[in-house]
Design a binder for this molecule. Structure first.
Ligand SMILES: Cc1ncc(COP(=O)(O)O)c(C=O)c1O
Length: 457
């Protein structure tokens, strides 16, 4: 018989394992998924939220009538709101403008006050989400900032609950644990516990977006929410969370966005598990790892949250096509393959440098993107800040409005409309409209090329 609880807080944790029988059908090692989306708030973060609030009460940081504040991609906010409201606190949640709209709606439904702020500026910028919530905490009497990134009660939740649960559920037979790394609380606490319980024999695998810094990427943007370590090119001092202990992770599997997103979609279709994109990254990593193992090994992969918060993203065919993650039918591939190679101009370029770069740009137009030292992952669509046109720059020089050494400044035009490589030429023409000089074509969320107007009409 199912449990009867006196409070929803008693229903946090104790999640089941499911064998991934279909995805792992031709793999010798069994793969089990830890279904964290079955927590009362829908994610693994309920555990960290409960742990952090109880620790703050114990330490006297949170008193009756107090206010809980946090900056979060959403799930920690949901957990903190449920726990906070049940224990009688006001809850204010700062949410990144990159997060899905559904996440903010859910927070408000549970009774949180939502403050939207950007994470697309340098960490030092006062508009940055973290600085906005820090300011609020200083201004509101009795406010406590949960600070999941540096709060050790976050990993501790997993040392006390997630780790022991997995150890007991597998009868101590687990050999490999796979999890994504956001704050690092899950992988550090769970992985650390499992290593200790097994006398060091459990291998811990970090599932990381390919361009995230945890696994060795350059920190340029990716398309899986809530995991990885991003580095804005203008950030001066980059800090890693204290909730994360890098020595717990034995190896990183670096997963390209397309592999993560397709894995999340397969998980729903093949296993009947509708989970979020970070679950896709974890499953993709688990499949890679398990393929190298034998029948005596046992892999546990942690699925952090439900796919219901991403119906307009990874689980939408239209969204997948728009960003160039799905290609079915004719699409723009042939036109793209026939076009000249992409020319992208750095936002810091001078007028003269941009004009030089534009000599080989198809249609004399190029996207302008935030500068990075090297671009091993190409120009992510979200890094594009505008566009430049050869004719506009040449005219400005001829008229004396600009000199070759000037910054692009007012000569920077709006970003080109984007279309996914799987979209049709008719959709590309619609995006072009009456006046735009070309469209940027996205493959895997990155600008793969520009199709000038002449190539489309
Ligand atoms: C959907 C999702 N996946 C993964 C993570 C990463 O977990 P952790 O912060 O414990 O590393 C989070 C954390 O917020 C999350 O919300």
């Amino acid at each position: 018989m199912a449990a009867v609880h006196q409070s929803v807080l008693d229903a946090i944790g104790g999640t089941p394992l499911f064998r991934l029988a279909r995805l792992g059908a031709d793999i010798a090692a069994p793969i089990y998924a830890k279904a964290e989306f079955l927590n009362i708030g829908g994610s693994v973060k309920d555990r960290a939220a409960l742990s952090m609030v109880l620790a703050a009460e114990r330490d006297g940081l949170l008193k009756p009538g107090g206010t809980i504040i946090e900056a979060t991609s959403g799930n920690t906010g949901i957990g903190l709101t449920i726990v906070g409201r049940q224990r009688g606190y006001r809850v204010i949640v700062g949410v990144s403008d990159k997060s899905s709209a559904e996440k903010s709606d859910i927070l408000r439904a549970y009774g949180a006050e939502v403050v939207l702020a950007t994470t697309s500026v340098a960490r030092e910028d006062p508009r940055h989400l973290f600085n906005v919530v820090t300011r609020l905490t200083e201004e509101i009497p009795g406010a406590w900032l949960a600070n999941q990134y540096d709060n050790l009660a976050n990993p501790d939740a997993h040392v006390r609950t997630t780790g022991p649960e997995i150890w007991a559920q597998t009868g101590g037979k687990i050999t490999h644990f796979v999890a994504g790394v956001g704050t690092g609380g899950t992988v550090t606490g769970t992985g650390g516990y499992l290593k200790e319980a097994s006398g060091g024999s459990v291998t811990v695998i970090g599932a990381d977006p390919e361009s995230s810094m945890y696994g060795g990427g350059d920190g340029s943007p990716w398309f899986v929410e809530s995991i990885g370590h991003f580095l804005h090119p203008e950030t001066v001092e980059d800090r890693w969370p204290q909730a994360y202990r890098s020595e717990v992770v034995d190896v990183f599997e670096r997963i390209p966005d397309r592999e993560s997103l397709l894995a999340a979609r397969w998980l729903a279709r093949e296993e009947g598990i509708l989970a979020g994109p970070s679950s896709g990254t974890a499953v993709a990593a688990a499949l890679r790892v398990a393929r190298e193992l034998g029948p005596d090994d046992l892999v546990v992969v942690l699925l952090p949250d439900s796919g219901r918060s991403y119906l307009s993203k990874v689980h939408s065919d239209a969204w997948m096509r728009q960003w160039g993650f799905l290609e079915e039918g004719d699409g723009l591939r042939e036109l793209l393959d026939g076009a000249a190679p992409l020319v992208a101009v750095d936002a810091g370029a001078t007028v003269g440098e941009a004009l030089e770069a534009l000599r080989t740009a198809p249609g004399g137009v190029a996207p302008v993107a935030l500068a990075r030292a090297a671009r091993p992952f190409g120009v992510t669509a979200t890094e594009v800040v505008g566009s430049v046109e050869r004719e506009v720059l040449a005219a400005a020089l001829a008229d004396g409005f600009a000199k070759p050494g000037d910054p692009l400044g007012a000569l920077l035009g709006p970003a080109l409309p984007t279309v996914g490589v799987g979209q049709s030429p008719a959709e590309a023409r619609a995006a072009l409209g009456e006046a735009r000089p070309g469209v940027s074509v996205l493959v895997d969320g990155r600008v793969a090329g520009v199709l000038p107007r002449a190539a489309l009409v």
